[in-house]
Ligand binder design. Structure first.
Ligand SMILES: Nc1ncnc2c1ncn2[C@@H]1O[C@H](COP(=O)(O)OP(=O)(O)OP(=O)(O)O)[C@@H](O)[C@H]1O
Ligand SMILES: [Mg+2]
Length: 319
């Protein structure tokens, strides 16, 4: 006779297996024209203004934007804690706008893991690192041997094996963030959402946290989305998106290759993002350099589009 624990574990496994399987080439996160409007005492704030976002399985992407640009709003929607006012968001095969309350709970428990902006929300200070990481697995009723094995695997990957039996409250900020990544990934979610992970850390601890994120991304093939206002983070990841006024404005892709002398080199290419409606944001420094304002003229050239300041006062004169 199987024990009750084994039966429950089998049921959990079956429930997980029944989750929609995502083919490898489909986006694991797909947002289309996402809008979120907050209304407080008659004042409306458009936190997201038609945001398009596609993340493929296993990508490690940073989303960088100033305070108030809509980063946490987006993560709350992707975590199924908030609903958009309009648009579409499909994550790991779940349509977030139509998902039922019961499915939202299961989704938050097993499909997404998060690291919150308020660090106190991530760990229980009076428990050890290992106990913190085991907690979500206990709630999901994993077997003791599986819990122990997963905890050991995570503390090794995250570089915190030496403090696994220390109380979380006594750790350094960087160690706490790495332990929190362990908690978020305990139940092997497909997606890890990370809000401002290095805001309170020095440069060295921040490097350790990003090293840990790369390690788990590589090992678990978990799709990681990190949001931050820290522009230097783009050096830590291969793909960076910039968010401005609730929309993705630019994208930077980094790759390693060989330069003209045959030496290993890093290359970065910046792209502006063209949304589904054909809208484009010009970089702020381009706008400033040419004092662009109100309207510009576009001309189609054989292989590019020119954007010209509206200084032509001859318009209409020839007619
Ligand atoms: N619950 C809410 N009610 C009303 N307005 C809100 C709410 N949450 C966010 N906002 C507003 O939406 C905009 C985006 O906020 P959000 O918290 O997403 O920004 P952020 O990019 O995470 O900023 P920060 O870097 O400071 O964390 C802001 O103008 C904010 O004041
Ligand atoms: Mg925020």
């Amino acid at each position: 006779m199987p024990s009750i624990e084994e039966l429950i574990t089998a049921r959990e496994r079956a429930a997980r297996a029944a989750e929609p399987a995502i083919p490898a080439d489909l986006p694991v996160i797909a947002c289309e024209r996402l809008v979120r409007i907050f209304s407080v005492a008659g004042v409306e704030t458009q936190a997201l203004q038609g945001l398009d976002l596609v993340l493929r399985r296993g990508e490690l992407t940073a989303l960088i934007g100033a305070s108030g640009s809509g980063k946490t709003t987006l993560l709350n929607i992707l975590a199924a804690l908030d609903l958009p006012t309009g648009g579409r968001a499909v994550v790991a095969g779940h349509d977030l706008l139509t998902m039922r309350a019961r499915d939202r709970l299961a989704y938050r428990r097993s499909t997404v893991g998060f690291l919150w902006q308020q660090t106190s929300r991530n760990l229980l200070g009076h428990l050890t690192v290992a106990e913190n990481i085991e907690l979500p697995m206990r709630l999901a009723r994993s077997r003791r041997t599986d819990r122990k094995a997963r905890t050991s695997e995570l503390v090794d990957l995250l570089g915190i094996a030496d403090c696994r039996d220390q109380l979380a409250a006594g750790l350094s900020g960087g160690q706490q963030q790495r332990a929190a990544i362990g908690v978020a990934l305990a139940n092997r979610p497909a997606i890890l959402l990370v809000d401002e992970p290095t805001g309170e850390l020095d440069a060295e601890s921040a490097d350790d946290v990003f090293g840990a994120l790369r390690a788990v991304n590589d090992h678990d093939r978990v799709t990681v989305l990190v949001v931050t206002h820290d522009e230097t983070v783009s050096e830590q990841v291969s793909r960076t998106l910039a968010i401005r006024d609730g929309r993705i404005s630019t994208e930077v892709l980094r790759r390693t290759g060989t330069d003209e002398q045959g030496q290993a080199a890093h290359f970065a290419q910046e792209y502006s993002v063209l949304d589904a409606a054909g809208r484009l944001q010009l970089p702020a420094d381009f706008i400033e350099a040419l004092a662009l304002k109100d309207r510009v003229r576009l001309t189609l050239e054989p292989d590019h589009v020119r954007v010209l300041p509206d200084r032509d006062d001859s318009v209409g004169r020839d007619a």
